[in-house]
Unconditional design. Sequence first.
Length: 163
Amino acid sequence: MRVLGIDPGSRNTGLGVVEVSNGALVCLGYQCIKMGNDPLPVRLGKIYQDVEKVIQSFKPDFAAVEQVFVSNNYKSALILGQARGSAVCSAVNTNIPVVEYSALQIKKAVVGTGGAKKEQVQHMVRVLLGLRTSPTADEADALACAICHIHTAQVEKRFINAH
């Protein structure tokens, strides 16, 4: 199974591709799409195009996307939702099934606790994938999202096989 993890953001969007090979997690690549101060429509287009490029390069079986965290700042939540939507549309338009996980689910799957800090997620992603250096926070969150889906799918498969 090969999974593209996506940590959506309107300024920085993390992407990471993880595969299960012989029962082990293997990192195939990761990057952060940095958009700077371009107008929002330009940033959304860049997210769409860059996600599409990663899908074409790595041919993932699934795209795992972090759900939008609803904050007190509705404007930020709306903009984040648009960034997320741009990434989701890119995956859907390339016929990749999209699965969604909350930040709590992702942190629990990777660190073991939903209250994990960014640094803990970065550290555990590095350990689980055997990386020499830590990815940035956005890249680590994307990789963690992919790992979360792989773990979830493995548990579901065991459950189905047991019944």
